[in-house]
Design a protein around this ligand. Structure first.
Ligand code: PMV
Length: 347
């Protein structure tokens, strides 16, 4: 039975990698495993309307906050083409997609992870109306699988607080094809862990992640970096069980700096940090030394800084952020976020 028309709405959060995905093989297979914290407040909310059609081929309209957004269309077209072999039913429908983000426009926060995750959640909701002999685990994994084809890191925004993507020895059920929720017990110090995103540079990304991943081909340090990612993931797994926050900080900050070191040592080379990024890092280190509060930073492929800290220190760290770090942000802007859970059905 096929429903002729209908609609869904799903939200999906952004995520922040602690062990970074940087470098990929064909078909969106990561060159190394990564691990991320799922966020809660920074989300994409996507409405999908599907209408049965007689013609074959991919057909969709794309709206951003209710208005047409031609600049997003090629990415969505490519996404549909990539998922078609796994979701042949999409050719039977015309889609109207309307999407919005909870975080400010051009804030430098990438919406590709949350966006591709939210769209994939909608596509799988449609699949569920057509396929009745599969269990929930199958659909969760397939949602992540589709999201990966849209944007690699999007596959870590589907389900779970802590998500691993990429086959690695220390995580038995890990896969290159989709993200899996970290299933071992996690020390209570990480409960509701906080992430404040400092908006240092809201401009267009200097290097797209597609170009960035490609720079790892023939990179002089690539092989060693990929080995290190496996090691750091195994170390982090141990830290999650012991609650050793000193080691946590060491791994997380080293991963962030390594990501940027890879960009600085590729050809062409890039410096994505801004003077304010470095100022903030210095301030975080000074604050940590002076107060003994275990606050640390991580970075994405840009100048913004993610400040990570346990919930216990929320008040003190947030005061430090608004009094000292906000001054380095563009228009004083930052976003308080914390560990979240993945996609939500808002239909
Ligand atoms: O998902 P992509 O292709 O945009 O790559 C994201 C890469 C980083 O954000 C820099 C790291 C990561 O693991 O999320």
């Amino acid at each position: 039975i096929q429903i002729p028309a209908g609609n869904f709405t799903f939200s999906a959060p952004s995520n922040i990698a602690l062990v970074k995905y940087w470098g990929k093989k064909e078909h969106q297979i990561p060159a190394n495993p990564s691990l991320s914290f799922t966020l809660s407040n920074c989300k994409t909310i996507t409405f999908l309307r599907f209408e049965e059609k007689k013609t074959s081929g991919i057909s969709f309209e794309l709206l951003f906050e209710g208005a047409p957004k031609p600049s997003f269309e090629p990415k969505i077209q490519k996404y549909f083409e990539r998922i078609l072999p796994y979701c042949p039913y999409i050719e039977k429908f015309h889609f109207i997609i309307d999407t919005k983000n909870t975080f400010p426009h051009s804030s430098g926060i990438a919406s590709s992870a949350s966006g591709m995750a939210a769209l994939s959640a909608n596509i799988i909701a449609l699949e569920k109306t057509l396929v009745h002999d599969k269990d929930e685990a199958y659909f969760i994994n397939k949602t992540s699988f589709l999201a990966r084809l849209g944007s690699g890191s999007a596959c870590r925004s589907i389900s779970g607080n802590v998500v691993v993507w990429g086959k690695t020895e220390s995580i038995k059920n890990s896969s290159d094809l989709f993200g899996v929720a970290f299933s071992d017990e996690i020390h209570t110090v990480f409960n509701n862990y906080q992430d404040t995103i400092l908006l240092v540079d809201k401009g267009e990304k200097q290097v797209s992640s597609t170009v960035g991943h490609e720079l790892m081909y023939g990179h002089p340090f690539a092989e060693q970096r990929f080995i290190q990612a496996h090691q750091n993931l195994a170390r982090l797994k141990e830290v999650f069980s012991t609650g050793d926050i000193t080691r946590f900080i060491e791994i997380v900050e080293s991963e962030a700096l390594t990501l940027h070191a890879m960009m600085m040592t590729s050809l062409p080379y890039f410096i994505l940090m801004k003077p304010a990024t470095l100022e903030i890092i210095q301030q975080i280190w000074k604050f940590r030394t002076e107060t003994n509060i275990p606050v640390c930073f991580t970075l994405d492929a840009g100048a913004n800084v993610h400040v990570l800290y346990p919930e216990t220190y929320k008040e003190k760290v947030q005061l430090f952020i608004s009094e000292s770090l906000a001054g380095y942000c563009q228009s004083g802007q930052f976003i308080h976020d914390s560990l979240g859970n993945g996609i939500k059905n808002l239909s």
